[in-house]
Design a protein around this ligand. Structure first.
Ligand SMILES: Cc1ncc(COP(=O)(O)O)c(C=O)c1O
Length: 475
């Protein structure tokens, strides 16, 4: 019997909990792969090489590019993270300007710091009653491109963690009018192409580079992801070179096979599987929409607000802002009393991630649990909270400069008005609340103390207790 700590814990978890979280395979046995050990090989004669593919890996990538609608596809074994950093590094040179949505994942900021780029920010609209981040206004993209004509690359996250899609078609037209490159972090949208109920993909809408975490929403192993090229203006050799820097020199054949296997399952059975999934999903959403009294399923009503042009129905987002419960408490009740684990919980909402691997029984379990919890709640109009970060220009120093500047450590409450030398990143979703070089506001500190009280994980700070922060030393 396997007594290793992780194996024991994880197999026990699988037996007891229903996962409404990633990975998209949902811990079930969708894979045609019976024994993982059989495929854990290395680069030898006949097994090809991810960093210079000429054989089976090249063939698998070509098949994936056809399925996902790209000109060329690169397999990623270090998540979208590696694709995002590699693509930014391939396109931008030191000191270049890069236009990024301020709600970008931390990997975008790491790409900025590693390449010493000058970020210009796009601020998404925020829903001021529940604090959830919306989409990017295409006009804002045009304004920035006009103001900073030397911007090299535009990077936008769409969909967001909550499944909100920006108007990429319009944004792509604008970006191309100014002869720039549009990269979309579509980490949460790898499944879009497989059913009409989901939004149009970023590639269908004209994006040049698209990065998808296959593992998040499709049946593929954690860390397996894809970088798609959708334009003849991108130097694919440069992308390949950078991927060889930022990805392991021993890329996992288990992960690569999982990507190819996922593609094969979807090519052969995808239509039928997705039709069944879309039906189960719709039934679950309808039940939640009609039966919840205090909690609220976020649905089509948000389309057209806060620059959200479409939503991903696969994300079951429950708004708690009008009920006497926080998202964190709802998450705990689901886990403890109903043995359901959701992907994310925050002050005012939770996200249950669904996928084509969820069962009808699983959907029923989720909807019944949420409806039952709701029946015991009461109305409460909570104070609106917002991610202060996103609506204000707080940048003071370039992130790379700030990252390397001399720092001093101060108590959090004494840091208001100072310039941060560190990231503060609530996880998930991995969007920095504060970036090195930004001025720390009172709202930031208040939000951090709420996060601490609610036990929301905060990453990026040297002080793991989150009592102090390193600020730029004043000269
Ligand atoms: C919007 C977004 N982009 C990129 C990433 C990084 O993806 P990965 O975990 O595949 O590296 C994440 C991870 O959560 C994400 O939410």
């Amino acid at each position: 019997m396997n007594k290793s700590t992780l194996y024991n814990h994880l197999t026990q978890y699988r037996k007891t909990i229903y996962p409404f979280h990633m990975p998209g395979h949902k811990l079930n046995r969708m894979f045609n792969i019976k024994n993982i050990i059989d495929i854990d090989v290395t680069e030898v004669d006949g097994t090809d090489n991810l960093h210079h593919p000429k054989g089976i890996i090249r063939e698998a990538q070509e098949k994936a590019s056809y399925t996902f609608g790209a000109r060329k596809t690169f397999f990623l074994v270090n998540g979208s993270t590696s694709g995002i950093i590699s693509a930014i590094s391939a396109i931008c040179q030191e000191k270049d300007k890069i236009l990024i949505s301020r709600n970008s994942h931390k990997s975008v900021y790491n790409g900025v710091i590693l390449n010493d780029l000058e970020p210009i920010y796009l601020y998404p609209e925020i829903n001021h009653s529940n604090g959830i981040i919306g989409g990017i206004n295409p006009h804002q993209v045009e304004e920035k491109l006009l103001k900073y004509p030397d911007i090299k690359l535009v990077v936008i996250t769409s969909p967001t963690y909550e499944g909100f899609v920006s108007n990429i078609e319009k944004i792509a037209d604008i970006v191309h009018k100014y002869n720039k490159i549009l990269m979309i972090d579509e980490a949460h949208g790898a499944h879009f192409i497989f059913h009409n109920d989901f939004p149009k993909t970023a590639m269908e809408q004209g994006a040049d580079i698209v990065i998808q975490s296959t593992h998040k929403t499709l049946p593929a192993f954690t860390q397996s992801a894809m970088l798609h090229i959708n334009s003849s203006n991108i130097d694919c050799n440069e992308i390949q070179d950078k991927l060889s820097i930022f990805q392991s020199s021993s890329p996992s054949y288990i992960l690569m096979t999982s990507l190819d296997n996922c593609r094969e399952i979807l090519d052969t059975k995808g239509r039928q599987m997705f039709n069944k999934y879309a039906m189960n999903l719709l039934q679950c959403r309808n039940q939640l929409k009609n039966k919840l009294k205090h909690l609220k399923l976020i649905d089509d009503e948000v389309i057209g607000t806060n620059h959200i042009s479409d939503i991903d129905y696969s994300k079951i987002v429950i708004d708690c802002s009008k009920a006497n419960i926080t998202g964190i408490e709802l998450d705990k009740i689901l886990r403890n009393d109903y043995k359901i684990q959701v992907e994310l919980s925050n002050i005012n909402h939770i996200i249950a991630m669904t996928s084509v691997c969820d069962s009808k029984k699983g959907f029923k379990r989720l909807q019944e649990a949420i409806i039952k919890i709701d029946s015991k709640l009461q109305k409460e109009n909570k104070k609106a909270y917002k991610y202060d970060i996103i609506d204000k220009e707080h940048k003071y120093y370039n992130p790379k400069i700030a990252y390397n500047m001399e720092k001093e450590t101060v108590e959090l409450e004494n840091s208001i008005g100072k310039i941060s030398g560190e990231f503060i990143i609530p996880f998930p979703p991995g969007i920095p609340l504060i970036i090195p070089g930004e001025k720390i506001s009172e709202e930031n500190i208040n939000l951090i103390s709420i996060y601490k009280k609610l036990n929301i994980e905060l990453m990026g700070l040297k002080d793991s207790e989150i009592n102090t922060i390193r600020i730029i030393r004043e000269v």
